[in-house]
Design a binder for this molecule. Structure first.
Ligand code: FES
Ligand code: MG
Length: 579
C-alpha cells in the first residue's frame, strides 16, 4: 500500500473512460447504451463484481441477489459497480470433478479483470473450488479485491436428528446398504437434509476454504461464518461493496495482505477447524500465485501444534449455523491468538489482531480453547503428511476422521485401477477382502483421472457393512470430500499415472500404515519394485476435450498445488493495449 490516497484520474479504468480518442467515445457511448447517465459512472472507480452464480449450483443460487447487495454498497460509497459472470464450478453437478476446472476459473478471473476497465473486485463464490480458483486469478492480477463468501446453508434436520451436507449422505448410504434404513427413508432424506441455499453446512472444503481466506484477511472479518439465508449475509455483501471502493483509493492489494504470515494464519484456522484435506492443495496453489513457497510439510507442522477447537462435523458434532451463533470464526481466532501473527493487514484496513480483539464467544463447547480441544492433539490432528516408499512426495490424511484402531495397521492390498472396475467388483462374493484389507484406487490423480476427483472415500463392501464394519484403510491418489470420514490416505504423490510407486503395487502385497510415525510403505523389496518398474507402461487414457489435454500436459502434482506449471507467480501481468 502506497500510503498516498489515489485519485480517480490515476485509476486504470480511466484509460478506457477518460480517453479523448474515438475509443474513449465508444466506451462512454456504450455504457450509456445500457441506460446509465454519464454522472452515474464517469469519474468513479469501477468495481467488478465477479459472480460464480448459476442455476445449476445450489451453493451459489442466491448470488444474483447478493450481487445486488454488493452494488448497493458500491453506489453508496461512490463507485460504479459492474456484475460479470464467471464459471460457477458447483461441486454437486460438475463431472468428473470441479477440480478439473479450478485452474480454468483462475485463468478466467485473471483475464476478465485484466481485459476490462476494472479498478477493484468483489468475488462472489464459496462452493469448494470457487474460492481458491477465484482468488488464484485475483492474486495474479493483484487489483484491490474482497472475497464475499456465499455462506453455509442452514442446519439440516431429519426426524429430529441433526444432519450435515455430505457427511450424513455418506452415513445414511452405508446404513441403507446395511439394511438399517428403508428405501423409502432414503427418498424422504432427499428433502430433509438440505434446508436452504448456500454451501455445505459441515466443515467440508467450502467452509474450510472460506474460513482460511477469512483468517488470511481477504474477507470482511467473520464473513465466512454467516449463513447464506441469514439477513446478516446481504448486509455483509453490501459492506463488501462499500469497502472495496475505499480499498481502490487506498490501493490495498492482495500482495499487501497475502504475506507468508497470512498464509500461516490461514493454516492455523485450517487445523483448528478440523478442515478438509483439499485445503492443503488449494493453500499451496494460492501461495504459489503469491510467490510464497508454502510446503506440505509446513502445513503438517502447523497441524502438530494446533488442535481441533471447532466442534463441527465431520470431526465434531455441530453445524456451521451453530458455529456462527457461537461467535463464528472471530471467536475461534480470538482463542488461538498465541498461534497467530496478529499484525497482518486485512481487507478492512485493520490488522487481524484488531479485528478479533473483542470477539465474543457465546458457547465454549462449540468453540473450544486449545487447552480443551475437541479431540486431544496427539490423537487426531487435522492433517497428517505421510511419506514412505508408496508416497515419496507425500500423502495426506485427516486423522480426526479415521478409526483410531486403524492408525497403525498392516494389511493385504486390494488394488483397483479405475472406479468402474472397483464398483463392478467391490460386492463380488469372490473378491478376497476382509476388515484387515487395504483398499486401493489408483490412476485417480491430477493427470490420471484427470482432475483428481473425490474418489478417495472408497466404498466398503456390502458384506463387510452388514458385519458392522464401518471403516477400512483406504489409499488413493485422488481426493476425498471434506465432508466425508474414514481412514482414507489421499493425494498420494507422485500419482500412479506419472509412474509414481503406487503404480507398482499389486493385489496381495502387504501395505503398512503408521500414522504416528507418518509412514506409508508397501512391504515389497527394492529389487522386486525395480523389476516391476521396468515392466510398467503408462495407461492408455481416453482423450477427453481440448481443455483436458492442456490440463494433463501442464498440471502439477498434488504436493505442488495442482496449478498449471505456466501460471505460478509472481509473474508480470501486463496491462492490455486499448487502441
Ligand atoms: Fe457446494 Fe458442498 S457442494 S459447498
Ligand atoms: Mg465438497
Amino acid at each position: 500500500m502506497s500510503g498516498k490516497r489515489r485519485t480517480v484520474d490515476s485509476l486504470r479504468s480511466q484509460r478506457w473512460y477518460a480517453a479523448t480518442d474515438m475509443r474513449g467515445f465508444a466506451h462512454r457511448q456504450r455504457t450509456q447504451q445500457m441506460g446509465l447517465r454519464r454522472e452515474e459512472f464517469l469519474g468513479k472507480p469501477v468495481i467488478g463484481i465477479l459472480n460464480a452464480w448459476s442455476e445449476i449450483s445450489p451453493c451459489h443460487a442466491h448470488l444474483r441477489e447478493r450481487a445486488e447487495a454488493v452494488k448497493r454498497g458500491v453506489w453508496q460509497a461512490g463507485g460504479y459497480p459492474v456484475e460479470i459472470p464467471v464459471l460457477s464450478v458447483g461441486e454437486v453437478m460438475v463431472k468428473p470433478t470441479t477440480m478439473l476446472y479450478r485452474n480454468l476459473l483462475a485463468m478466467e478471473v485473471e483475464e476478465v479483470l485484466r481485459s476490462h476497465p476494472i479498478d477493484g473486485a468483489v468475488l462472489l463464490g464459496g462452493c469448494d473450488k470457487s474460492t481458491p480458483g477465484m482468488l488464484m486469478g485475483a492474486i495474479s492480477m493483484d487489483l484491490p479485491t474482497i472475497f464475499c463468501p456465499a455462506g453455509p446453508m442452514s442446519n439440516g434436520q431429519w426426524r429430529g436428528v441433526k444432519t450435515g451436507a455430505g457427511t450424513h449422505t455418506r452415513k445414511y448410504w452405508d446404513e441403507l446398504k446395511a439394511g438399517r434404513i428403508s428405501p423409502q427413508d432414503w427418498v424422504d432424506l432427499e428433502t430433509g437434509m438440505t434446508r436452504s441455499i448456500g454451501t455445505c453446512n459441515t466443515m467440508g472444503t467450502a467452509s474450510t476454504m472460506t474460513s482460511i481466506v477469512d483468517a488470511m484477511g481477504m474477507t470482511l472479518p467473520g464473513a465466512s461464518s454467516i449463513p447464506a439465508a441469514d439477513s446478516a449475509h446481504p448486509r455483509m455483501a453490501s459492506a463488501c461493496g462499500a469497502r472495496i471502493v475505499e480499498m481502490v483509493f487506498e490501493d490495498l492489494k492482495p500482495s499487501a495482505i497475502l504475506t507468508r504470515e497470512a498464509f500461516l494464519n490461514g493454516a492455523v484456522a485450517y487445523m483448528a477447524l478440523g478442515g478438509s484435506t483439499n485445503a492443503a492443495i488449494h493453500m499451496i496453489a494460492m501461495a504459489r500465485r503469491a510467490g510464497i513457497d508454502l510446503t506440505l510439510d509446513e502445513l503438517g507442522e502447523v497441524a502438530l501444534r494446533v488442535p481441533v477447537c471447532a466442534d463441527i462435523f465431520p470431526t465434531g458434532q455441530h453445524l456451521m449455523e451453530e458455529f456462527y451463533f457461537a461467535g463464528g470464526l472471530p471467536a475461534l481466532l480470538a482463542k488461538l491468538k498465541n498461534f497467530l501473527a496478529l499484525g497482518e493487514r486485512t481487507v478492512n484496513g485493520r490488522t487481524l489482531g484488531e479485528n478479533i480483539e473483542n470477539a465474543p464467544c457465546w458457547n465454549d463447547e462449540i468453540i473450544r480453547s486449545p487447552e480443551k480441544p475437541v479431540v486431544p492433539l496427539a490423537e487426531a490432528p487435522t492433517l497428517a503428511v505421510l511419506r514412505g516408499n508408496l508416497a515419496p512426495s507425500g500423502a495426506v490424511m485427516k486423522v480426526g476422521a479415521a478409526d483410531p484402531a486403524l492408525l497403525r495397521h498392516t494389511g493385504r492390498a486390494v488394488v483397483f485401477d479405475s472406479p468402474r472396475e472397483m464398483f463392478a467388483r467391490i460386492d463380488d462374493p469372490d473378491l478376497e477382502i476382509d476388515e484387515t484389507s487395504v483398499l486401493v484406487l489408483r490412476y485417480a490423480g491430477p493427470v490420471g483421472a484427470p482432475g483428481m476427483p473425490e474418489w478417495g472415500n472408497l466404498p466398503i463392501p456390502q458384506r463387510l457393512l452388514a458385519k458392522g464394519v464401518r471403516d477400512l484403510v483406504r489409499i488413493c491418489d485422488g481426493r476425498m470430500s471434506g465432508t466425508h470420514y474414514g481412514t482414507c490416505i489421499l493425494h498420494v504423490s507422485p500419482e500412479a499415472a506419472v509412474g509414481g510407486p503406487l503404480a507398482l503395487l499389486r493385489t496381495g502385497d502387504q501395505v503398512r500404515l503408521d500414522v504416528p510415525a507418518r509412514r506409508l510403505d508397501m512391504l515389497v523389496s527394492e529389487e522386486e519394485l525395480e523389476r516391476r518398474r521396468a515392466e510398467w507402461k503408462p495407461p492408455v487414457r481416453p482423450a477427453g476435450g481440448a481443455y483436458t489435454g492442456l490440463y494433463r500436459e501442464h498440471v502439477l502434482q498434488a504436493d505442488q498445488g495442482c496449478d498449471f506449471d505456466f501460471l505460478g507467480g509472481p509473474r508480470e501481468v501486463s496491462e492490455p493495449d486499448i487502441f
